[in-house]
Design a protein around this ligand. Sequence first.
Ligand code: GLY
Ligand code: MN
Ligand code: MN
Length: 342
Amino acid sequence: MILSRSIGEAKIFAPFSALDAILIPLGGWAALARASQLINVDPVLAEMRIIKDASEIEILQRAIDLTAAAYIEALKAARPGRTELDLKAVFQYMYSRREASSSFTQIASGPNSVNIHFESTGRILSAGDLIVFDLGAWVDGYTSDISRTVPVSGRFSRAQAELYNVVLAAQKEGIRLMTAGNGIQKTQTVVEDALLSGLKKLGLVTDPASPWQRRFYIQHGFSHGIGLDIHDVWGWFSRQMRAGLVFKPGMVLTMEPGLYFPAGRLDKVPAEMKSMISEAEWTAFAGKVGPIYKKFENMGCRIEDDILVTETGNRVMTAGAPKEIAEIETIMKGGSPFLQIK
Ligand code: GLY
Ligand code: MN
Ligand code: MN
């Protein structure tokens, strides 16, 4: 019914990629639509999907709350000597008992945490590691998307806390800007600026305005829609983002800045930056920041919340998944029934 209101009496043509081979020689679906008054339904569906109604928000909240509850159990079960897969099993248990399933269970510890996307492996957790969790649960067709970063030891070391606080401050700044009428691209830039200024304070950048230093540390975008998919209607979303997408009430989007410090990344000019900087400039930069970079090697840190844009501001739907250092450390002191299992 909403569809027929949106598009009047025109017939609907929903292109399938399987039909591309037939349609492209004929001039693509657009040529066909001109000839026959058919229209492409995909953009209409994409816009419908990006704005959530009350029932969709309620389902998403249940998916998020289940993910948050499972994350808290996993925090209690994280100890040196356990494995990433031991923690993955906690999520499987927590989801299965609610007839939910995983859309994404990344438990990336130590050197694995520098990967932007990862799964979970048999790697044994060690006391000096950070773990980057990236978690989603499907509930009634909708999925959450939450990232959290925690220390295996249960206490953030000085360097871990320094990194964490830079990412957390930038993430909070990003959330503050996720209100109706604000632009997503400007929000990305403000969050990048916050990360760069935090990195400058730590001695990891020499010039926060330098495009190549930004390129070195900023490795992904910080926001996407969630819903029926974890990167919901991504093709439409990314085009809109480039065209200047603004936040609207009813959108549910992530805010997920991250910083990653792979070992040896300073050793030579990264391939994607070759056109931006000379070898000599790179060597000078690496000489300056290298000793500090060493302290952060093999650490990754991402913090990701799901934000509902409202008429009057926004709601952090993932508030049930603790992200303050003191909260994380308190929870990690708790015991877990999963630790009884050898
Ligand atoms: N789980 C993928 C992402 O956070 O975008
Ligand atoms: Mn995400
Ligand atoms: Mn995620």
